[in-house]
Design a protein around this ligand. Sequence first.
Ligand SMILES: [Zn+2]
Ligand SMILES: [Zn+2]
Length: 161
Amino acid sequence: MNKYCPICLDNFKRPYSIGCSHIFCMNCINKWLDNNNTCPVCRQKFIRKFPIPIALITAKYKTRKITEYWRGFKVFVKIQQMLDEHQDINGIDNSCIYLNEILKYIYENRWILNSNNKTVYNWCGGDRFKNILKDRLKNFSKHPNFKEGKIWQYKFRDILK
Ligand SMILES: [Zn+2]
Ligand SMILES: [Zn+2]
């Protein structure tokens, strides 16, 4: 993780990530994204803009808590990317297969949706995220092709409360 913005080479003003491990000022990365859709440092494809808590950057030591934040953040970015990709998939059969994969991944990493885990949860926009999942699960469960829908609804019953 970089301590300074790689674009203006200064301290961050409103730090943002675009899905990789690099961080930029909001204004700097916005200008870059006007003409590009990759990270200016590692060339990873732009996913979305994720605000990064300043406390994470200014922390002097890599405590367990900080490591956990980053772990949660990576999971969150990955899920977001999968959900975005899912919307572009053609054909209900393929959509169902991919949704199964996504739900499996989320279930394996369900700790990030535990609201006791306040900071990671808030950072990841936990509430907003739960609503997306609820909707996606509800809409697909109506479909006869999505046989696993009921099982997932059962497995997620406490998580999506
Ligand atoms: Zn900058
Ligand atoms: Zn990068």
